[in-house]
Design a binder for this molecule. Structure first.
Ligand SMILES: Cc1ncc(C[n+]2csc(CCOP(=O)(O)OP(=O)(O)O)c2C)c(N)n1
Length: 220
């Protein structure tokens, strides 16, 4: 088991690709058990296991700052940032909340539960960093369902003009609590169907650089 040896993101960085794949599987196994007994968000977390390993492999949390939208997909982030016992041991299940919580860890920056907040909050962190002469990365993670909320659109609008280092990861899994509705989803579908190559691209139109990743569960 790799999960039992992960006490901080530094331990993730020491793993090779095969070990990271195994770790993702172990995280899903403990999540299915905990959430079956305790309740919580299944889908958002099972789907993000590899992506969160990748974020912690590439970036240097908590110097680099992740802001998770809703934060209902942050359980794997919690597992990798010193809180694994709360997912492995039944008597510790209540040691963590189901959402990001700065009182729990220096790797969490906001108490969140509402959708559509991450891009705006993270743009504030990025602006503050620049005012303070900092160099760290700021990364907002947001799902397609949350992307059509007003505050997310304001955040994107701000980010499109922001002249600094700011990364937004859109987890477009075409899944939300209810069906997605609105013009934005036509463009997300077009981008999925064309592997991000369609000329009509709402992110580029906002002034953002854009990289399409087809398979977000592919560790490599
Ligand atoms: C303001 C607000 N409205 C509704 C909800 C209920 N809610 C929780 S998650 C979610 C949608 C999540 O979908 P998505 O952003 O695609 O993320 P995924 O679950 O795919 O990671 C909604 C509507 C909420 N948390 N906050």
């Amino acid at each position: 088991m790799y999960i039992e040896k992960i006490n901080s993101p530094q331990d993730v960085k020491a793993l090779n690709t095969e070990e990271m794949k195994q770790l993702a599987q172990e995280m899903r196994t403990v999540l299915i058990k905990k959430l079956s007994i305790h309740g919580g968000h299944f889908g958002p977390n099972l789907g993000m296991a590899e992506a969160i390993i990748a974020l912690h492999y590439v970036f240097n949390s908590p110097v680099d700052k992740f802001v998770f939208d809703v934060s209902h997909q942050s359980y794997c982030h919690k597992i990798l940032t010193g809180r694994k016992d709360a997912f492995i041991f039944e008597d510790k299940y209540d040691d963590v909340s189901g959402y990001a919580n700065p009182d729990e860890s220096e790797h969490d920056f906001f108490n969140i539960g509402h959708t559509s907040t991450s891009v705006s909050l993270a743009s504030g962190l990025a602006k503050a960093r620049d005012l303070n002469g900092g160099k760290e990365n700021v990364i907002a993670v947001i799902g397609d369902g949350s992307l059509s909320g007003g505050e997310a659109l304001e955040g994107l609008d701000y980010a499109g003009e922001f002249d600094g280092n700011f990364i937004i990861v859109v987890n477009d899994n075409d899944m939300s609590i209810a069906e997605n509705h609105g013009g934005l989803y036509k463009n997300l579908k077009l981008l999925r169907d064309t592997d991000g190559k369609a000329e009509c691209n709402l992110f580029k139109a906002m002034g953002l650089d854009y990289v399409f990743v087809k398979d977000g569960n592919d560790i490599e």
